[in-house]
Design a protein around this ligand. Structure first.
Ligand SMILES: Nc1nc2c(c(=O)[nH]1)N[C@H]1C(S)=C(S)[C@@H](COP(=O)(O)O)O[C@H]1N2
Ligand SMILES: [Mo]
Length: 511
């Protein structure tokens, strides 16, 4: 005889939702002990980030600011709830479809943890515990809701409301306590006090003083130094890595004469140098915001590489971050004394902010961040291009990422009064130097702008000028020429694979 018993849709949906909540809660609990990023929820969200194009990561970070990761988590939560509702719908009669779907979701969680390089095998316990919890809760609740059958084939009722309420609340509360415990245990080791304990990092060789006309902030340009809290931020880390100095070390290995490992104290007690370097992102569209300037404090990377002894034939310095992100730089750029690649410990007079790579990161003038600026760096492997492929490379980005000479208009930003109008902005050509900036109004002749004082070839320069405009709509364009004699091309190309080109053009109305 066919078994006609089934759960009502609300019962089935509740069964699936509670199973989901239990799975995530238990997964988060276990992750608190085996590695925070092993939490199935966090791991799947990270997996989504790792499979998003660079431009999307950059866009989300800029547009949603610190909310980007919250939005991602909410989006993922919505998908999971829909998944649970579907699971319930398919499992009203038999639990098997639901069990299979939970198994599949669990497999996705296991895979997402497995591919993380910052976690050991033990981390797999978290998603495995989550699937087991999900399956147990789902199967038990399914049975709980199924109407009883009596020996005379008469069907009884399902559980009464009171029992349902007690069961539901117990499962949800248990999952909540588990998740909170995991959250507490997993994030207890915060790096903020370790950063505070570093104290003052003192430069043995200071950067040259900045002349008063290094920016034209009074005309609408950014300040010469970007305050650290305003410094653009781009990374794939869902959870900002919390690395304490005492747990950190930098290992240089691969094609070297002798492998070396430095502790934080080894490095901070060396004579530290200061360098002003403007960092920018390959995903910056023409006129975009992913560019900032800071005073970096650290060690000449070249010195460390020489201590290890780079072997002939080495092509790539393959850097790994504590969160598994990787980055490949030409060895010759890292070794070139004229370029001045750094291992930075400090930024704008303080130890690196945690989100900018504390305890240590790489900074290399003239290369986009994705091929140079590894934050939370723990390993430098000297190797060939053949041997290792960095994070963004197998996602369509170019191997070499020299910064392209570019300029941006910052003012006017809105409507102005007709007559004399100030136009200002920034230009950059790190490691080459900006030679000239020109602007053009309404297809008129190019006219030179006033440049700010040059402090080094590695930093942006500000520019400003004044134009006379009649009432009506106008358009202003800017172009920079660098010290190699190259003038920015008008040809517009997108950011993929190695940086956008084209002239920034702004329209404004004059009254
Ligand atoms: N560990 C790690 N380092 C990283 C990245 C990352 O995703 N992970 N992104 C890189 C990119 S693409 C850029 S542009 C710079 C941005 O550095 P910032 O966030 O300090 O501005 O960091 C680089 N270093
Ligand atoms: Mo970037």
């Amino acid at each position: 005889m066919d078994d006609e018993r089934k759960l009502t849709y609300p019962q089935a949906a509740l069964t699936s939702l509670l199973a989901l909540v239990a799975a995530l809660g238990v997964g988060h609990l276990v992750a608190g002990f085996v590695g925070y990023t092993a939490s199935p929820f966090v791991a799947v969200a990270n997996f989504v980030i790792d499979h998003s194009p660079h431009a999307v990561v950059a866009w989300a970070e800029q547009t949603l600011q610190t909310w980007d990761k919250v939005v991602l988590k909410l989006g993922l939560a919505v998908v999971l709830v829909l998944f649970a509702l579907l699971t319930g719908w398919l499992s009203q009669r038999k639990p098997l479809p639901g069990q299979v779907l939970i198994g599949l979701l669990g497999a996705a969680g296991v895979a997402a943890v497995y591919v993380r390089t910052d976690l050991g095998q033990i981390a797999l316990l978290a998603p495995v515990a989550a699937v087991v919890a999900g399956l147990v809760v789902f199967t038990r609740l399914h049975l709980f809701f199924l109407p009883r059958v009596f020996f005379d084939d008469r069907e009884g009722d399902g559980p009464d409301r009171r029992k349902v309420l007690i069961t539901g609340v117990s499962v949800a509360a248990g999952a909540g306590v588990a998740a909170l415990t995991g959250q507490f245990v997993g994030t207890r080791k915060n790096a903020e006090d370790s950063r505070a304990a570093v104290g003052r990092l003192v430069a043995a060789r200071t950067a040259p003083p900045i002349p008063p006309d290094a920016d034209f902030a009074k005309f609408g340009t950014p300040p010469f130094f970007t305050p650290s809290r305003d410094f653009y931020r781009i990374d794939t880390a869902l959870v900002v890595p919390q690395v304490r100095t005492e747990d950190w070390s930098l290992r240089i290995h691969g094609m070297v004469d002798r492998e070396v490992t430095y502790s934080y104290d080894d490095l901070r007690s060396r004579p530290l140098i200061e360098r002003d370097v403007t960092l920018c992102c390959v995903s910056n569209e023409v006129g975009g915001p992913y560019i900032s300037n800071a005073r970096w404090l650290g060690i000449d990377l070249r010195d460390l590489l020489i201590e290890a002894g780079v072997k002939p034939g080495a092509e790539q310095m393959f850097a790994t971050s504590v969160d598994g992100w990787t980055c490949g730089t030409p060895v010759e750029a890292a070794l070139d004394p004229a370029r001045g690649a750094m291992l930075a410990l400090g930024m704008n007079g303080e130890p690196l902010p945690i989100e900018h790579g504390f305890p240590a990161r790489i900074v290399i003038p003239g290369l986009y961040g994705y091929v140079s600026a590894t934050k939370w760096v723990t390993e430098l492997e000297i190797t060939t291009w053949q041997e290792r492929e960095a994070y963004w490379l197998n996602r369509g980005w170019g191997r070499e990422g020299p910064v392209k000479t570019q300029s941006r208009i910052d003012a006017p930003g809105s409507a102005v009064n007709a007559g004399k109008v100030v136009v200002s902005g920034i230009a950059w050509a790190q490691h080459t130097g900006v030679a000239k900036v020109e602007i053009r109004v309404d297809q008129g002749p190019w006219q030179a702008a006033v440049l700010s004082a040059e402090t080094s070839k590695d930093t942006w320069r500000m520019w400003w000028t004044e134009v006379d405009v009649a009432p009506g709509q106008h358009q202003v364009a800017v172009r920079a020429t660098d010290q190699s004699g190259y003038t920015q091309t008008e040809e517009r190309v997108g950011t993929v694979p190695d940086g956008a080109t084209g002239l920034h053009t702004v329209s404004f109305g004059a009254r």
